[in-house]
Design a protein around this ligand. Structure first.
Ligand code: PXP
Length: 248
């Protein structure tokens, strides 16, 4: 079965909007695991706009399955990762103004910063995946610089899917899907673990499930959006019950 990594960053986004204590991503992670999540994914960004250091430390203590830490390959975050020891790290590019991770890593064989981060994490027993554009040459580079896995950025495919509403004859969608398939084939051929993520929704996810040897999907926005919707009625009912119970 393909493993589901649930990205809970947006729970922390809501908390940070008020600098409050709720909703707590640690509790959300627990509920996600009760629902069957195989992995809990969090992105500790340099600007700490959502997940905080405290969240990562507590998640390390409470997550029962896999803790997958997304991070840029900077020294400061690397030190935190090596202190916390997640099961898995996904190295991502990070730009300050972006709304979300907008593209894959640019990899070159002599990228010392990336190579060094991969080596330090792997030497400590952390599995390392690289978030990359779906491109066979980049998959090969990921292998060359020592990664265990690649996470294919499915954002462009998801945008194409949304544009044509999943019309399987749409040329742009066909082209985006073949990029992903070719990259997936390359990963299978050279023995890299295959993960994918970004922009995956309840509507489009089935169109990725045929990929050979796909091991893990990381999904955030769509699951958190649905969690709000399926939880809204209950939350309002609970407050109405408080109001009818009266003072006391
Ligand atoms: N994988 C990576 C590497 C990401 O950066 C993100 C977004 O934080 C996701 C998966 C999840 O993307 P989405 O929120 O669109 O499902």
């Amino acid at each position: 079965m393909i493993h589901l990594g649930v990205n809970i960053d947006h729970v922390a986004t809501v908390r940070q909007a008020r600098k409050a204590t709720e909703p707590d991503p640690v509790l959300a992670a627990h509920l996600a695991e009760l629902g069957g999540a195989h992995a809990i994914t969090v992105h500790l960004r340099q600007d700490r706009r959502h997940i905080q250091d405290r969240d990562v430390r507590l998640l390390r203590e409470t997550v029962q399955g896999i803790l997958n830490l997304e991070m840029a390959a900077g020294e400061d975050i690397l030190d935190i990762a090596l202190a916390v020891m997640p099961d898995q790290v996904c190295l991502v590019p990070e730009h300050r103004q972006e709304l979300t991770t907008e593209g894959g890593l640019h990899i070159s064989r002599d990228d010392r910063r990336l190579g060094n981060a991969i080596a330090r994490l792997r030497d400590s027993g952390v599995m390392v995946s690289l978030f990359i554009e779906p491109d066979p040459a980049t998959v090969q580079l990921a292998k060359d610089i020592g990664a265990d896995a690649v996470e294919l950025h499915t954002g462009s495919w998801a945008n194409a899917w949304a544009q044509c509403r999943g019309d399987e004859h749409d040329e742009a969608l066909i082209q985006q899907l073949s990029r992903i398939e070719e990259a997936a084939d390359a990963a299978a051929t050279i023995g890299l673990r295959l993960h994918a993520g970004h922009g995956i929704t309840y509507a489009n996810v089935r169109n990725l499930l045929h990929l050979p040897l796909l091991r893990e999907l990381n999904i955030g926005h769509s699951i958190i959006s649905r969690a709000i919707m399926v939880g809204m009625e209950r939350a309002v009912r609970d407050m109405c019950a408080m109001l009818s119970a009266g003072p006391g």
